[in-house]
Design a protein around this ligand. Structure first.
Ligand SMILES: [Zn+2]
Ligand SMILES: [Zn+2]
Ligand SMILES: [Zn+2]
Length: 240
């Protein structure tokens, strides 16, 4: 955190150097990211991502959309608009924050997007099946996504029983766990652990971590079997 000199922010362990939360999902033919954080450009450069087919958005908070402008590099090299997928409230947020992308008369060189509306149906991005999962971030509806045996949920603190059914059977889940102290719109570490146990997910990784949670080593040592803290650059293999 900017300006903070706590022991987590001063840790020299790379696993304690956390950019904003996002994932990249890749099959042999298709590459997508979930959210374009303020760190999107840094993340794409770090991982040397040369091709990007689509962006899926979870919700319109700034830490999940701010990097959208930087998709223009992919527009340039791929010579086409970027396919972006969002629900209605996220589309409103994107149109407000990035008015120039959606303007009738566009300034040359601004990003170009092809907007798709996410309903509650499973859809395909290239050859990757995507099942949206509705979760709540206090009162804001947020989308989680299931890709075959892998589920990604960020920025939630409540999931209805019917949506939990869509997660059950996943082999691996990434879910947000902000800190130990209660928060009005994010799962705490214990709430995230309880959710993983309730849904009987064999492999879980916690993300969207605050410096208030503690260091990677410290928390990793406390977690039950099958549960881990995610870290920047973590790679997982799964099959759909
Ligand atoms: Zn700190
Ligand atoms: Zn949020
Ligand atoms: Zn967030």
């Amino acid at each position: 955190m900017i300006g903070c000199s706590c022991y987590v922010c001063s840790s020299q362990n790379d696993q304690d150097k956390r950019l904003r939360s996002s994932i990249l999902v890749e099959s042999d033919s298709t590459t997508l990211v979930v959210d374009t954080t303020p760190d999107f450009r840094t993340q794409m450069l770090r991982e040397n991502v040369k091709k990007l087919d689509a962006v899926l958005f979870t919700h319109p908070h700034k830490d999940h959309i701010a990097g959208l402008d930087d998709i223009k590099a992919y527009n340039f090299f791929q010579n086409k608009p970027m396919d972006i997928y969002a629900n209605a409230i996220t589309q409103e947020g994107l149109k407000r924050e990035f008015f120039y992308i959606f303007a009738d008369k566009k300034y040359p060189g601004v990003p170009s997007v092809n907007m798709h509306t996410i309903s509650d149906e499973t859809f395909l991005v290239g050859d990757i099946p995507v099942t949206p999962i509705l979760v709540y971030h206090l009162k804001m509806p947020v989308l989680g996504f299931r890709f075959g045996s892998f589920t990604y949920i960020t920025d939630a603190n409540r999931i209805d029983a019917s949506e939990k059914q869509k997660i059950i059977g996943s082999d691996t889940m990434v879910v947000n766990a902000l800190r130990k102290k209660p928060h009005i719109s994010h799962f705490t570490l214990q709430e995230a652990i309880d959710l993983v146990n309730e849904l009987q997910i064999p492999n879980a990784y916690f993300t969207h971590i605050s410096h208030q949670l503690g260091t990677h080593h410290e928390i990793e040592a406390e977690l039950p079997p099958g549960m881990h803290l995610a870290y920047d650059g973590l790679k997982l293999k799964f099959f759909h």
